[in-house]
Design a protein around this ligand. Structure first.
Ligand code: PLP
Length: 220
């Protein structure tokens, strides 16, 4: 199956209102270009150095999403062009994104990453930390950041029920978070679901799936 075939098959499976991030990490620019030529415009990357090398080689209308662990000292490299940083896992990172966005005279859209998996290696805010942050008027504390929703990764397991429980936990937190915010909020995105679990994530209310392997094949 070609990249175009994979994209077409996945797109047919997505309900209206669920957007697709093609996670292109570890794949070279010509491979990303193939997906672009098949109509894909939103791409996800997880390493700053790789993203900053690829971005100038590819069309300017790509919406780049950062999905990996982001060190505060690297925000400056992606701040000029990044569309959404999905992996914000601390107030200090939020503060640095705000500072760098201001220096670039732009606002940067972010999602708060929530720790829902069993693995301790995964990152993210605890649900209670997320509630506290959203109640502390982040629009005033971080005026150059737009907090647009939540992101989460389920445990890597064959246990479908566990994955479903974790996604449901995230969906419930997302619905609760929206009640804590003004009604005109831009807080609308719930990013959950990867190649192995996106059907479950969609059933649990995902608005955005992040798919790599099922589009591009295995990463070397
Ligand atoms: C790599 C990655 C993905 C895509 O994973 P696949 O299993 O290849 O679909 C999605 N989200 C994040 C945060 C990732 O790091």
């Amino acid at each position: 199956m070609s990249i175009a075939d994979n994209l077409e098959r996945i797109r047919r499976e997505l309900p209206a209102g669920v957007r697709l991030v093609a996670v292109s990490k570890f794949h070279p620019a010509p491979t990303v270009r193939e997906a672009y030529d098949a109509g894909q415009r939103i791409f996800g990357e997880s390493r700053v150095q790789e993203l900053t090398a690829k971005q100038p080689l590819l069309p300017a209308d790509i919406e780049w999403h950062f999905v990996g662990t982001l060190q505060t000292n690297k925000v400056k490299y992606i701040a000029p062009f990044i569309h959404t940083i999905q992996s914000v896992d601390s107030p200090s990172l939020l503060k640095e994104i705000d500072r760098r966005a201001a220096l670039c005279h732009r606002q940067i859209r972010v999602l708060l990453e929530i720790h829902i998996a069993k693995e301790q290696t995964k990152h993210g805010f605890a649900p209670e930390e997320c509630r506290q942050l959203l109640q502390s008027h982040p629009d005033k504390a971080y005026p150059n950041v737009c907090i647009a929703g939540l992101m989460g990764m389920a445990t890597f397991t064959d246990d479908r029920e566990q994955v479903r429980r974790e996604f449901t936990t995230l969906r419930t937190l997302f619905d609760e978070a929206r009640t804590l915010l003004p009604t005109d909020t831009a807080f609308t995105e719930l990013s959950m679901g990867m190649s192995d679990d996106y059907h479950t994530a969609i059933a649990c209310g995902s608005t955005m799936v992040r798919i790599g392997t099922a589009i591009f094949g295995n990463r070397s």
